[in-house]
Design a protein around this ligand. Structure first.
Ligand SMILES: N[C@@H](CCC[C@H](N)C(=O)O)C(=O)O
Length: 310
């Protein structure tokens, strides 16, 4: 079978995108692994299938039914797979690149304030385009699975990775997909990390986790007088390995660092609600929204298209 694809990335978190506008493509884990293979295939951290939400629901995906019940206008669904062939609930960089792909296919017009509501296994996501060309997505609700006690204690898990003498405290964050955030004290320590092996998380999360290693860089004032926070991050993605960026991971990092800062602040309400997250592949913006939602903004690029044999 010959398959048309487009290669895209968001801050160098890269994806093979496939337009399945009839919704009849059933990608096997082996086919996903082949598409994502950087030597024998196209290469990517993940594979994104764009399909009609109704077709995904008919194929037995309960999340697609829930999407249509919540937002009947979410007619397109992001079927996201990690490069190892496993399914993931959400991908923050993937959602933005999906929006750029849908624009490119002529399925949506995001100029003049247009919005794309799309379905994911993590619920309905809404994407709009900013004047600088960045895509901003309302990532929806998030939570600290360990609850207020974990936030007060600063941790509900421990992470051990190559080169460390002992496990370090970490905070679990749920963005629709699972994250575990560990704070390091110095950028040099972050740079020296060996992330070629999967970090061990205790207690082991039932469905695995993405692990973000972060260095809080403090607060700064923007030219328009706003106070924002800044974080550096490296990430080991579930089902992939170390990647150049992770959008849900950037949200998790900002939310954890903000919670840690608020816990130690005399006036927690003054801790910034906007954070810039520096990743090896670029920079993302994370903003707390009303109603317990979080927004992710950043670039999305389509690089080339072609045909591949499956
Ligand atoms: N790179 C993504 C996250 C992709 C899914 C993740 N590896 C998982 O298994 O949860 C992002 O930008 O959020």
């Amino acid at each position: 079978m010959t398959l048309r694809f487009t290669k895209g990335h968001g801050t160098h978190n890269d994806f093979v995108l496939v337009a399945d506008t009839r919704g009849d493509l059933d990608l096997t884990p082996q086919q996903v692994q082949h598409l994502a293979d950087r030597r024998g295939g196209i290469g990517g951290d993940g594979v994104v299938r764009l399909a009609p939400t109704a077709a995904v629901a008919r194929a037995g995906e309960p999340a697609a039914d829930a999407v249509l019940a919540e937002e009947p206008e979410a007619i397109w669904f992001m079927d996201y797979r990690n490069s190892d062939g496993t399914v993931a609930e959400m991908c923050g960089n993937g959602v933005r690149v999906f929006a750029a792909f849908a624009e490119n296919l002529g399925l949506v017009d995001l100029s003049d304030g247009g919005e794309l509501a799309l379905g994911t296994r993590g619920g309905v996501k809404r994407v709009r385009k900013e004047p600088n060309g960045w895509y901003a997505v309302d990532m929806g609700p998030w939570s600290f699975p360990g609850g207020p006690e974990a936030v007060a204690a600063g941790a509900d898990a421990a992470v051990m990775t190559a080169g460390w003498d002992a496990p370090r405290p970490a905070l679990s964050v749920d963005l629709g997909n699972p994250h575990t955030v560990v704070a390091l004290s110095r950028p040099a320590e972050l740079d020296a990390l060996d992330l070629t092996r999967t970090p061990a998380v205790d207690p082991p999360p039932p469905h695995g986790t993405n692990v973000e290693l972060v260095v809080p860089l403090g607060e700064e004032t923007t030219p328009d007088g706003a106070t924002v926070g800044r974080v550096r991050m490296r990430v080991h993605e579930r089902g992939v390995g170390e990647t150049q960026s992770c959008g849900t991971g950037a949200c998790a990092a900002a939310l954890a660092v903000r919670a840690w800062a608020a816990a130690g602040a005399a006036e927690p309400d003054l801790v910034p609600t906007t954070w810039f997250v520096e990743v090896p592949g670029g920079e993302l913006r994370v903003r707390l929204l009303d109603g317990g939602h979080v927004e992710l903004a950043g670039p999305a690029e389509l690089v080339f298209s072609g045909d591949v044999e499956l």
